[in-house]
Design a protein around this ligand. Structure first.
Ligand code: HEC
Length: 194
């Protein structure tokens, strides 16, 4: 910087710093750049089109975590098969998603299906519910992930429409259902483990 400019700027800088002491702030230059006047959320506001300070969200805005889940399948065999053809698991089978899936399975499925998915959970052993098929059974072993997702979402019904396995849509979010499905597919469906 040229000495002439310094000669002008230095006194200004010192001047602005003047007045600083233990009890007093230094003088501020353009204080509203640091401390803007804040509007109250519900106060009128001449600067906005609606004349209000708090702005309504853009139409169609969905609050975080409030995306409504649309399941486009009805109950029954045909719809289950269609879900199997059309839906794929959006979650990769990482050790983290499989571990979550195992934990959810233990909480929500094991009681009927058993730890290894053989259809021998405590409720079956106690004679409280009909025996579910093993995941390795001829029928279930070939279920694609989307079909298992359909079973967990809709449950199963017999020919008269009576519910056999209950729906777990209320207990498990779609993401949790996919984790369970991933675990069943990776660890129980083709497994010969105990
Ligand atoms: C209250 C007991 C019970 C619980 C809990 C349960 N199921 Fe079932 N599940 C059954 C019964 C009973 C059947 C046989 C239903 C049938 O034949 O229609 C069955 C059948 C199934 C089938 C085969 C469906 C078919 O079309 O053959 C799959 C897959 C399945 N369950 C997955 C799960 C998963 C995953 C969970 C945990 C989210 C779960 N089940 C929780 C009782 C249960």
């Amino acid at each position: 910087m040229r000495p002439a400019r310094l000669a002008i700027l230095l006194p200004i800088a010192f001047g602005l710093g003047c007045g600083a002491s233990g009890n007093e702030r230094a003088r501020e230059y353009f204080p509203d750049m640091a401390r803007g006047p804040a509007y109250k959320a519900f106060a009128p506001n001449a600067a906005t089109r609606s004349g209000l300070t708090l702005q309504a969200p853009v139409p169609g805005t969905i609050a975080r975590g409030h995306l409504a889940y649309q399941f486009h399948y009805g109950p029954g065999e045909e719809e289950a098969a269609r879900a199997g053809r059309e839906l794929t698991n959006p979650l990769a089978p990482t050790s983290a998603t499989l571990e979550d899936g195992r934990s959810l399975y233990t909480t929500y499925c094991l009681v009927c299906h058993g730890a290894a998915g053989k259809g021998d959970g405590p409720l079956v052993v106690a004679g409280k519910i009909p025996t579910p098929p093993a995941y390795t059974s001829e029928r279930v072993a070939v279920f694609p992930p989307g079909r298992i997702f359909h079973v967990v979402t809709m449950g199963t019904q017999d020919a008269t429409g009576k519910q056999k396995m209950p729906s777990y849509a209320a207990q498990l979010t779609p993401g949790e259902r996919w984790k369970v499905v991933g675990y069943v597919a990776a660890r129980l469906q083709r497994s010969t483990a105990p």
